[in-house]
Design a protein around this ligand. Structure first.
Ligand code: ATP
Ligand code: MG
Length: 391
């Protein structure tokens, strides 16, 4: 039991988050809606969450003074950014309640530890090898090729990954990634991808959102679809069960996203976990009676967890910076929000980022409708208006 366990914090208490990106911003919005004060630690004066929080500590994630200020201001602290050093969470835990714990976050921060955790939980993951030195390269099994070499730490949105066909390409990729510890994963034949958002309370109770079907483009999430039979029911049950055992195995407190691959033979393989709300859970803001951000606030404030109910079929479209540039153009334009928002069930979420860049997550559009067919049809109309390729 940690020195500062999660306990019930009534509205009026202050909830903190390390990291000021869009996930932190949406957490701040949810916590504030429930009457909490919020504090964000992020060095960027313009950070999406910092700009909407009651308090914004503008220091680095490892700055002892910034961390001390957070501990002073907050009754409990969470994280929204995987790469917040686990040591910072550990340091804070000596001073106030922290969830998820540094130990759980450090597993999610390292693909090698993460894979070992999946194996421990008995959840199948991709065949893989951990590569920490050049001497290990010749011994890598040819069965893992073609494969994807991924840095063990600090990867996101497909960054820090190289696809390799041969032993020679593997050696070159390891050099190109800077000779840092990596995991080589066998390239698997994917039929689709899915993910599950689990919330686990300090008392061990878990609830989860419906299983999300995800489409990635260029290593970045593009579209999430959530409605009945978006995936075979046996598969969604299996994914939810696996996600819960992964959370239980970490004695996790907070919101956890577990990403899976569905292979061409229909089997399920876990890909990775994120110790926070996730892009694929954003549809819950408009399609469920409890969003993933409210779940995060509830776990942090020691509030009861109630099983969320999805009331509308939903499609989420990610809005990347690319949409701000007309084909080939270099001057940003404003996407046609007026036309998009004329569509029934279109809910716009923008993160307040001032500068659009290619591949940068600027916002998302949730489409809800009475039926899955209607949600898809409206989402395709929105995609056409915005210049997003059909799915
Ligand atoms: P994010 O942080 O956005 O989830 P990431 O950088 O952590 O991404 P991964 O989830 O490891 O990256 O991989 C990104 C995408 O690349 C996956 O969603 C999948 O489409 C593809 N991919 C990754 N690993 C494999 C694999 N072993 N076999 C086939 N495809 C893969
Ligand atoms: Mg991923």
């Amino acid at each position: 039991m940690s020195a500062h366990p999660i306990r019930y914090l009534p509205p009026g208490s202050t909830l903190g988050v390390l990291g000021g990106g869009q996930l932190g911003r949406m957490f701040v919005h949810a916590a504030q809606a429930m009457g909490y004060f919020t504090a964000v630690l992020d060095p960027d004066p313009d950070s999406p969450a910092g700009r909407v929080s009651h308090h914004h500590i503008q220091t680095g994630y490892q700055d002892p003074e910034g961390l001390a200020q957070m501990a002073q201001l907050c009754d409990a602290i969470s994280t929204e950014f995987e790469n917040v050093p686990a040591v910072s969470l550990a340091a804070l835990a000596g001073q106030c309640a922290v969830a998820p714990a540094a130990r759980a976050v450090s597993v999610a921060q390292d693909r090698a530890l993460e894979k070992a955790h999946f194996v421990r939980c008995g959840v199948p993951c991709a065949p893989h090898a951990v590569i920490e030195s050049a001497a290990q390269l010749p011994g890598v099994s040819a069965d893992l090729l073609p494969g994807i070499l991924k840095t063990a730490r600090l990867g996101y949105d497909g960054k820090g990954q190289v696809r390799v066909q041969s032993a020679a390409e593997l050696a070159a990729a390891w050099e190109a990634l800077g000779r840092v510890p990596c995991v080589l994963e066998k390239m698997l034949p994917l039929q689709s991808e899915c993910s599950v958002i689990v919330a686990r309370g300090a008392d061990g109770q878990t609830v989860h959102l419906p299983v999300q079907r995800n489409l990635h483009r260029d290593g970045i999430l593009a579209v999430t679809e959530v409605y009945e039979r978006n995936l075979p029911p046996a598969l969604t049950q299996q994914a939810a069960g696996a996600a819960i055992s992964i959370a239980n195995g970490l004695d996790y407190v907070g919101v956890l996203c577990v990403e899976f691959f569905v292979l061409q033979d229909g089997s399920l393989v876990v890909n990775e976990i994120a110790p926070r709300p996730h892009n694929s859970g954003h549809y819950s803001q408009n399609a469920c009676d409890v969003s993933q951000f409210e779940l995060q606030a509830r776990t942090l404030a020691g509030l009861p967890l109630v099983q969320p109910r999805q009331h509308s079929p939903a499609v989420m479209l990610n809005l990347l910076g690319d949409l701000w540039f007309a084909q080939g153009g270099s001057t940003p334009r404003t996407p046609p929000w007026n036309a998009v928002l004329a569509l029934p069930g279109a809910h716009l979420h923008l993160y307040g980022k001032t500068q659009a860049k290619h591949g940068r997550k600027m916002g998302h559009l949730n489409i809800t409708a009475p039926t899955a067919e209607a949600a898809r049809a409206t989402a395709l109309q929105a995609a056409a208006l915005l210049g997003i390729a059909p799915f």
